[in-house]
Design a protein around this ligand. Structure first.
Ligand code: NAP
Length: 247
């Protein structure tokens, strides 16, 4: 059966790794991005150069009409998705004392609402009661969602806590529809996400304090995601898999 995966926020970082490794595993890959069309095109080119099939799809996944349009564009290009990776996410600002409602609402929309909107569209295509063939969803959460952050970014941690709860609950809701829902919880991973907060300096400072002695790489997460999507994980649903080098 043709396998088509949509990876949100796949132009850079963890999403780009998931997309590239999924292409290598035989998936047709839908590379979602918000702004960086150049980076999304690079990911598509990398997948195609390795003999795979991929295309880029622009959408701000926090915006409902963008999500609906993106899934319709994917339908027209490749047919319905059989897998979804909710990866797009952001970290904004620092301490609770500096926050305001607009900032918080933007964070929830990008990190949480997007997961529900994309899951809804995927379920409408995958579920047996909609004549679908089942499928798999993986949410990219964070260890921060369990631990509350490192004494900072409590709002980011709380958004990932919501993703963890959504993963467990949705897995139960759609198990009978032939859909598995899991989450991976990365620790510190060396990506652009950290640029506004110290970038390399932050990675180099915290990395050595992690029990396995380094920050994670995008492929450390990507490999686990592609495995969770695969039939090898066919009895796993509602799981929260930590990928943090022991942190
Ligand atoms: P990143 O390098 O900053 O990449 C973020 C990606 O998300 C980019 O492709 C960006 O697209 C896309 N994006 C952001 N907002 C979007 C929106 N509204 N709609 C569509 N796409 C959007 O981040 P990353 O580190 O790979 O993070 C990926 C996920 O892993 C996030 O959910 C993050 O919370 C989670 N995570 C990361 C770490 C870490 O240490 N890096 C740890 C735990 C969890 P453009 O290129 O177009 O801007």
């Amino acid at each position: 059966m043709a396998k088509t995966v949509l990876v949100t926020g796949a132009s850079r970082g963890i999403g780009a790794s998931v997309a590239t490794l999924a292409g290598r595993a035989g998936y047709t890959v839908c590379v979602n991005y918000r702004e960086r069309a150049d980076k999304a095109a690079e990911v598509v080119a990398r997948i195609e150069a390795a003999g795979g099939r991929a295309a880029a799809f622009q959408a701000d996944v926090s915006v409902e009409k963008d999500v609906v349009r993106m899934f319709e564009e994917v339908d027209a290009r490749f047919g319905p998705v059989s897998a979804l990776v909710n990866n797009a996410g952001v970290m904004i600002a620092d301490k609770v004392v500096d926050m305001d409602a607009d900032m918080l609402n933007r964070l929830w929309a990008i990190n949480v609402t997007s997961c529900f909107l994309c899951a809804r569209e995927a379920i409408r295509r995958m579920s047996k009661s909609h004549n679908g063939s089942g499928g798999a969803i993986v949410n990219i959460s964070s260890i921060a969602g369990k631990k509350g952050g490192r004494g900072e970014r409590v709002h980011y941690a709380a958004s990932k806590g919501a993703v963890n709860t959504m993963t467990i609950g949705l897995a139960a809701e759609v198990a009978g529809e032939g859909i598995r829902v899991n989450a991976v919880l990365p620790g510190l991973v060396d990506t652009d996400l950290h640029e506004p907060f110290g970038g390399k300096e932050r990675i180099d400072r915290i990395g050595p304090t992690i029990p396995l002695g380094r920050a994670g790489l995008p492929d450390d997460v990507g490999a686990a995601v592609v495995w969770l999507l695969s039939d090898e994980a066919s009895f796993i649903t509602g799981a929260l898999l930590e990928i943090g080098g022991g942190s």
